[in-house]
Design a protein around this ligand. Structure first.
Ligand code: C5P
Length: 221
């Protein structure tokens, strides 16, 4: 009854997950990373060597998979009870996830589960279609963005910290490709909700973005 939800959407590498996590912590809401769900299905499809164009098999795969987001300072992602937290961030999964995420049947399954989670408790949910499709009645909606260059630099830092070798030009290209696919797909494209507040975080620190969001939530919008 008294459950609240905050939607944070935006392109790849805009800092959504970092920011959403901190906002959730500050408000004592549950953080839900919906990108992790699409990544988990993509990982499973790649492991099974499925044809990623085969909408029927992928939709069935989504229906048959149990994805759990385990809350904590370091949110863990369980796919059929296996911890896949690290593996779903691999370049292979990142390179294919938008192909899987554009399938209507896959999205239907994920969106339904996301709505169920938001019914149980107050949440901060991040993704691409949260404010537009998953939680159109969210208490507050944010569209977090940053220049493509800055987003690529942030991603590079993250990946380097995990030991990946990064070619910044290649990474920028990949981020742009993923944004293009996400923004131009037929079902639930990445687009700000009409009532979303856009925050361009280029040149802002994480703390500044978090403070801006919490301030707006507390002011009732
Ligand atoms: O947020 P993250 O970069 O982990 O998302 C990975 C991919 O999952 C996105 O590029 C997009 O294709 C898909 N996605 C989506 N809808 C969401 C969240 C993620 O289509 N709500």
């Amino acid at each position: 009854l008294d459950k609240k939800c905050i939607a944070i959407d935006g392109p790849a590498g805009a800092g959504k997950s970092t920011v959403a996590k901190l906002v959730a912590q500050a408000l004592n809401f549950l953080y839900i990373d919906t990108g992790a769900m699409y990544r988990a299905i993509t990982l499973k499809a790649l492991r099974q060597n499925l044809d990623l164009q085969d909408e029927e098999s992928l939709t069935q795969l989504a229906k048959d998979s149990i994805i759990k987001l385990v809350p904590g300072s370091q949110q863990r992602v369980l796919l059929d009870d296996e911890d896949v937290t690290e593996e779903i961030r691999s370049p292979e999964v990142t390179g294919q996830v938008s192909t899987v995420a554009k399938i209507a049947g896959v999205r239907e399954v994920m969106v339904q589960r996301q709505r169920e989670m938001a019914q149980e408790t107050s949440v901060v949910m991040d993704g691409r279609d949260i404010g537009t499709v998953v939680l159109p009645d969210a208490n507050a909606k944010f569209f977090l963005t940053a220049s493509a260059e800055e987003r690529a630099n942030r991603r590079a830092r993250e990946l380097r910290a995990k030991g990946y070798q990064i070619d910044i030009e290649q990474l920028t290209k990949e981020i742009k490709e993923r944004d293009y696919m996400d923004s131009n797909r037929a079902v639930s494209p990445l687009v700000p909700a009409d009532d979303a507040i856009t925050i361009d975080s280029t040149g802002m620190t994480i703390e500044e973005v978090v403070a801006t969001i919490i301030d707006m939530v507390e002011k009732g919008k």
